[in-house]
Design a protein around this ligand. Structure first.
Ligand SMILES: *Cc1c(COP(=O)(O)O)cnc(C)c1O
Length: 369
């Protein structure tokens, strides 16, 4: 057993003052306000310490990271990330939602991108450390959270095509407002028929920046078509529904069955996994099944398909109201949020925010807050 990781602590010499901080987190939106600190942990091939090649875990001021122009990530995109939220509960504790799942997924992504695994204890300790340090950045607005962004990239400077020998792991924190003020409005999604997000054997199941780079053009196409998000089909037949650019999909039928596309080329969402469990608790029969876009349209038009929603950490659960595409045009139910969608959203957010019981032990409080 290795002992608990000891972080090198470098407090920020000029942290944001309390008054400015309060103004910054009053209405932070998403992804543009950042806290004072960040975690960094370095990996050097051949280093032999208690954490293998990982060393120098540090909590210090959030600041720019100088990069040599030959840094590997800038050329061959060896980069992965995670996204998770910390909520403050009524008892003052700060809670994370299934963070060990993020740690495991991070290492599955790392393996696919030929990067070294980060010991799970180090990942979890880094999250606790940054939350304790920057807890005063927690927005007090209802539904507010600290959005945590752990990521890792190839930091070695070289231009050969091979896995790097040096990596930098960083955690930054962004205070986030309630994603939607009153419930989630239904979104309009655009079926991408020309572009795919992921193919068999590719990186679709890894949370890597490159997948997002590939989704930006189709996402702009969706916006240009007056839609909010893009839905990707499988790369081979352009027929089977995969997922949105950053959210998994669920479909509910009039007989109480619910399906979600099977794992493989999609990202295995932790929200997706949790929703399957919560839906089963509601007596819904849930299965992981391929679903064709033409079938979706036919089922929506016949009334057999009654609700559809997308899910992921950032927006939790988002109803899908309308679907558009070169060859598609249909509305789901009445075009607004469906009943089960709203119920599952409330159950999940209730567990995350500590207002509902946590039957599966999904919530993990951060010690020392
Ligand atoms: C992160 C992500 C999701 C959602 O995963 P969660 O663990 O639920 O946040 C879904 N799809 C893609 C492409 C993602 O990157």
């Amino acid at each position: 057993m290795t002992s608990a990781p000891e972080f090198i602590v470098e407090p920020h010499p000029h942290p944001v003052d309390a008054v400015t901080r309060a103004a910054m987190i009053e209405n932070p939106g998403f992804g543009s306000v950042f806290t004072d600190h960040m975690v960094t942990i370095r990996y050097t091939e051949g280093h032999d310490g208690p954490w293998g090649g990982w060393h120098s875990p540090t909590i210090g001021p959030r600041k720019a990271i100088p990069l040599d122009p030959a840094t590997a990530v800038l050329h061959y995109a060896q980069e992965i990330f995670e996204g998770m939220k910390a909520y403050r509960h009524a008892d003052g504790q700060i809670a994370l939602f299934r963070p060990e799942q993020n740690a495991l997924r991070f290492n599955r992504s790392a393996a696919r991108l030929a990067m070294p695994a980060l010991p799970e204890e180090l990942f979890l300790a880094s999250i606790d450390e940054i939350v304790r340090t920057d807890k005063d950045w927690m927005p007090s607005v209802e539904g507010g959270s600290l959005y945590l962004r752990p990521f890792m990239f190839a930091s070695e400077a070289f231009l050969g095509v091979r896995p790097a020998k040096e990596y930098l792991y960083i955690v930054i924190v962004s205070p986030a407002g309630a994603y939607f003020k009153s419930g989630a409005p239904a979104v309009k999604i655009w079926v991408s028929e020309d572009y795919s997000r992921a193919g068999p054997g590719g990186t679709g199941a890894a949370k890597c920046g490159g997948n997002y780079a590939a989704s930006l053009l189709p996402q702009s196409e969706a916006i240009a078509q007056g839609c909010d998000q893009v839905v990707f089909l499988d790369a081979k037949e352009h027929r089977w529904i995969d997922e949105l650019g950053g959210m998994n999909l669920f479909f509910l039928f009039d007989d109480g069955r619910m399906i979600t596309p099977p794992l493989g080329t999609i990202l295995p969402g932790i929200t997706r996994d949790s929703i399957m469990q919560l839906a089963r608790d509601e007596g819904i029969s849930v299965s992981e099944e391929a679903y064709a876009i033409d079938q979706w349209e036919a089922d929506a038009k016949s009334g057999k398909l009654v609700e559809a929603f997308a899910c992921g950490t950032a927006a939790v659960v988002t109803p899908v109201g309308e679907v558009r595409g070169k060859h598609h045009n249909f509305t789901i139910g009445a075009g607004g949020p469906g009943q089960l969608t709203v119920k599952l959203r409330e159950k999940l957010t209730g567990i995350q925010r500590g207002t509902l019981p946590d039957p599966y032990g999904w919530v993990r409080t951060v010690a020392g807050v």
